[in-house]
Structure formats: structure tokens, C-alpha cells
Design a protein around this ligand. Structure first.
Ligand SMILES: *Cc1c(COP(=O)(O)O)cnc(C)c1O
Length: 223
């Protein structure tokens, strides 16, 4: 098996206090997840509904699952019974559907808004402007079964470290803006989910509270 335990330890040792690790286990077998679990890791992230469902059934119940991929509204009902956090909410429509399905299960699901800051046109997420518009509207305030906990984003896929740093900083500045404007009194709104295997060391200097790391722990994914 790929050296999951040692890799995990190395990653954890490189994180300052206050930054949590979401171990991204998509496409990796449950044995890999168990190896990390045995080392104490409890937060895992997946991006496909069916794969996640199977893992949830077979793995320990005290794992906190984050949905990190693009979530279609028609899939929300499947993950609503158990998902702890949906990290990539990119529309009011999706937010309302999560609220509706969470209500059916008498749950509150934690969510992050996904920002589109990177240059690639393929990346999902809300532009800063559309996120501002969403929050300026009042509808989200009526939703009692979602808790908006912060922001998530992916930096551009590039070797240009300055560009990556500037994208993380844009996200951090936007977090501060939204926090002061809408969530000043809401302690739950505190998460900044940015930083992946290749760029999390940069993210650590730009306000991240949650890094999402897959490859560096579990090795290359086999698709
Ligand atoms: C796959 C994925 C990750 C992890 O990427 P690595 O480069 O393997 O660390 C993080 N965030 C999202 C949204 C992903 O889809």
C-alpha cells in the first residue's frame, strides 16, 4: 500500500494549529481511508455521490464527510441523510435544495460557498460579484437547515507561485468583506477552505483554516 500513514503524519506536522485537514479520498480504496483513520484522521472529502455512499456504508460512523465536488441538485437527496459539510455551493438554487433535503431529515447541513477566482474557465464556483448578489438578497436568511460556515476555492493550476498567492489573498480579502458585512455576529462563519497538495504551503500564509489534501497523502489517483 502507498505509504499513507507516514504521508499523513508528514502533512499533519506541517500544519500550524488551527488549520484542519480534509483528507481527500476520492478514487482511493477504503483500505487507504482506514489507514489514515487508524492514525486518527476523521475528516474525509469525496466528490462523487455513488462512491461516497458506498464508503459511508462500509466505513466507521464517526467519520466526518465533506462533499467537495460539483454537486447537482438532483443528487442532494442522496447525501442529505449523512453529509456533514457541502463545500462547493455555487448557487442559491443548490443552497435551497440542500436546505429542503436537510429539513426532511431534521438536520442542519454545514456549507461553504465556492468562489471562482482562478483563471481557468472550467472551474466551478461563484464569482465574487455573484456571491455578493446572493448575499445581498435575503432568501438565504430564511433557510434554517443550512449553516453557512465560510468560503472555499481552488487556485489556478499553474507553477506561478505569485499568482496562486494572489488568488488566495483575493479569497481571504473577500472573506473579510463578507464576514464584516453579513456574519460579524455569527461565529460559525469562520472557515476558509483553500490549499491542495501542491499549493497548501502557500495557502497557509493566506488565511486558510482547512486544507484539502489528496495526492500527497494517498498517492496518485487511478481514474
Ligand atoms: C481532488 C480535489 C482536491 C485534492 O487534490 P490533491 O491535488 O490530490 O491534493 C482538493 N479539492 C478539490 C475540490 C478536489 O476536487
Amino acid at each position: 500500500m502507498y505509504n499513507v500513514k507516514d504521508n499523513l503524519k508528514e502533512v499533519l506536522e506541517s500544519l500550524p494549529g488551527g488549520v484542519r485537514l480534509v483528507a481527500i479520498s476520492k478514487y482511493h480504496p477504503k483500505e487507504y481511508i482506514m489507514a489514515a483513520y487508524e492514525e486518527g484522521q476523521r475528516i474525509f472529502g469525496e466528490s462523487h455521490e455513488q462512491e461516497l455512499r458506498q464508503k459511508v456504508e462500509e466505513l466507521p460512523k464517526d467519520i466526518e464527510w465533506h462533499f467537495i465536488g460539483h454537486l447537482q441538485t438532483n443528487k442532494v437527496k442522496y447525501i442529505a441523510p449523512y453529509i456533514d459539510m457541502v463545500e462547493a455551493v455555487d448557487s442559491l438554487k443548490l443552497l435551497k435544495e440542500i436546505d429542503k433535503q436537510a429539513a426532511k431529515h431534521e438536520r442542519v447541513i454545514r456549507v461553504l460557498f465556492e468562489l471562482h477566482i482562478a483563471e481557468e474557465s472550467t472551474k466551478y464556483g461563484l464569482t465574487l460579484e455573484s456571491c455578493r448578489e446572493l448575499l445581498a438578497g435575503d432568501e438565504w436568511r430564511q433557510l434554517k437547515h443550512v449553516q453557512i460556515c465560510g468560503l472555499m476555492m481552488m487556485a489556478s493550476f499553474t507553477d506561478d507561485k505569485e499568482q496562486i498567492a494572489s488568488e488566495f489573498q483575493t479569497a481571504q480579502d473577500f472573506f473579510d468583506e463578507v464576514k464584516t458585512t453579513y456574519f460579524a455576529d455569527d461565529e460559525a462563519f469562520c472557515e476558509r477552505s483553500w490549499g491542495m497538495s501542491d499549493d497548501y504551503s502557500i495557502a497557509l500564509r493566506h488565511g486558510t483554516t482547512m486544507v484539502r489534501i489528496g495526492t500527497r497523502i494517498f498517492g496518485p489517483r487511478v481514474y
